[in-house]
Write a protein that binds this ligand. Sequence first.
Ligand code: FE2
Length: 193
Amino acid sequence: MTLSTSSLPQNAVATGPAGRAMAQPMDAGLLEGLQEHLGLERKASAAYWAMALWFAERELRGFAAHLMQESRGEQHHAGLVADYLIARGQTVDLGALPAPGQQWSDAEAVLADAFRLEADVTTSLQLLYSMAERAGDVRSTVFLDPLIQGQIAAENEAAHLLGRVRFGRLEAASMLLIDGELTAAQQPAAALA
Ligand SMILES: [Fe+2]
């Protein structure tokens, strides 16, 4: 269909549900997927916080600080999705969050959960990516690219930490060593604050 732009009023632009100017409407399935993904990032943030508290309660402050940083990272990702939805003229739907799990048998079980969490987030992003491609929504694939790249790094880090803890067989000396390393890794970030 060809529509001469000269026949439109000069200030006419398409608007989204929030009333903001919208360059390209968003596919309904993709929009729903992005809203769900935002919820998943928020859930991941709460889950990491619960994990951080579990370690803090057991005097492992390096693990706790590392997992708190992950929790903040997930909240940041949720914020990026929210900002993107607004940039696309959509409204952000913040639903209720379930309580995170807080019962683990040992540190290995906590970190196995963290690894699965990262893998789930990556799967969700991959699904969104293929939906965006099917919908011909290049803006969304460009938005998702760095998030997926970040997930590959996050999975790698989670696997490394789980592997280190398994290698040390949860023995006190090895746990304290890893805890010290995680504390040292936090210091540059803390010094900047
Ligand atoms: Fe995330």
